[in-house]
Design a binder for this molecule. Structure first.
Ligand SMILES: NC(=O)c1ccc[n+]([C@@H]2O[C@H](COP(=O)([O-])OP(=O)(O)OC[C@H]3O[C@@H](n4cnc5c(N)ncnc54)[C@H](OP(=O)(O)O)[C@@H]3O)[C@@H](O)[C@H]2O)c1
Length: 257
């Protein structure tokens, strides 16, 4: 697969790129050029959140291979004072880093699907769906049975070829994390963002991977008291499985220690 990663410069994005590049082509959307050699091909779009369309333009300009899947690992992590004490400016900033960025990443994936960068088989599946709509005027019961079998097959084929969008989320989205409150608020909303996008889109398969423990190697995590971590390779394996076989996974999957 050709996987496009948002948040490629971050701990999770870079780690996923490093692991997944063994078997996939990885392009990372970045706001500034990486200073060191990166495990992804960087595509520099400083204002991709405000102008999601510019990502498509840049991919087109650089003649990039068709994108099969998108990973959104944007956001980050902090533990600080209480959410309300941090004030509205801090809340706005976190909205930008979390929910707003995830919205923009979803918008890019939808635009990729709409602009025909998806596979031909995906387009054939859509053609099958519209042919089905035409046929719905027919009234015989036997035709109805044929139609539903055909539609089932077409939906299956479409599922295997639609662009996939995987968003990374964490335990803060299901627990009120003291000192990381806005991350909890926007993490919880992130799942609903995906649910709405999934309900409204015929051409993108939206999935979420909730990593329910700190990911190994992130120095920002407080591991005192024997907190267990999840290794980056386990996260990458899980992400790879969801992207390869999205039909086997619900909209959201929890990865536990
Ligand atoms: N780290 C963990 O232990 C852990 C555990 C569970 C789940 N997760 C999930 O993994 C995801 C990524 O976390 P991380 O640890 O990799 O964070 P990170 O190291 O802080 O990286 C954050 C990434 O998001 C980008 N970003 C932040 N604010 C942005 C904005 N306003 N506009 C555009 N891009 C922005 C950053 O880009 P720039 O470099 O350009 O700023 C960077 O690439 C989060 O959603 C988190 O819920 C992480």
């Amino acid at each position: 697969m050709h996987i496009l990663i948002f948040g490629a410069s971050g701990h999770v994005g870079t780690g996923l790129a490093r692991h997944l590049s063994a078997s996939h082509r990885i392009t990372g959307v970045v706001r500034s050029q990486p200073v060191a050699r990166a495990p992804y091909a960087p595509v520099l779009v400083p204002d991709w959140v405000d102008r999601p369309r510019s990502v498509i333009d840049e991919l087109t300009r650089t003649d990039a291979q068709r994108v099969d899947a998108v990973i959104a690992a944007v956001g980050g992590w902090y533990v600080d004072e209480a959410m309300i004490d941090r004030g509205i400016a801090s809340f706005d900033k976190d909205y930008s880093s979390y929910l707003r960025s995830h919205f923009a990443a979803c918008a890019v994936t939808q635009a990729l699907a709409d602009s025909g960068t998806r596979t031909e088989a995906g387009a054939r599946a859509d053609a099958g769906a519209s042919a089905e709509a035409d046929r719905s005027a027919e009234s015989e019961a036997s035709a109805e049975a044929d139609r539903s079998a055909e539609s089932e097959a077409s939906a299956e084929a479409g599922r295997s070829e639609q662009i996939r969008h995987l968003t990374l989320n964490g335990v803060a989205s299901v627990e009120a994390c003291v000192g990381s409150g806005a991350i909890s608020v926007f993490g919880a909303a992130q799942e609903m963002l995906l649910r709405v996008a999934a309900a409204e889109s015929r051409s993108v398969l939206f999935r979420e991977l909730k990593v329910m423990a700190p990911i190994g190697g992130d120095d920002r995590n407080d591991l005192s008291g024997g907190v267990e971590t999840i290794g980056m390779s386990a996260v990458a394996d899980a992400a790879g499985e969801v992207l390869s076989r999205p039909g086997d996974f619900e909209l959201t999957t929890q990865l536990k220690v």
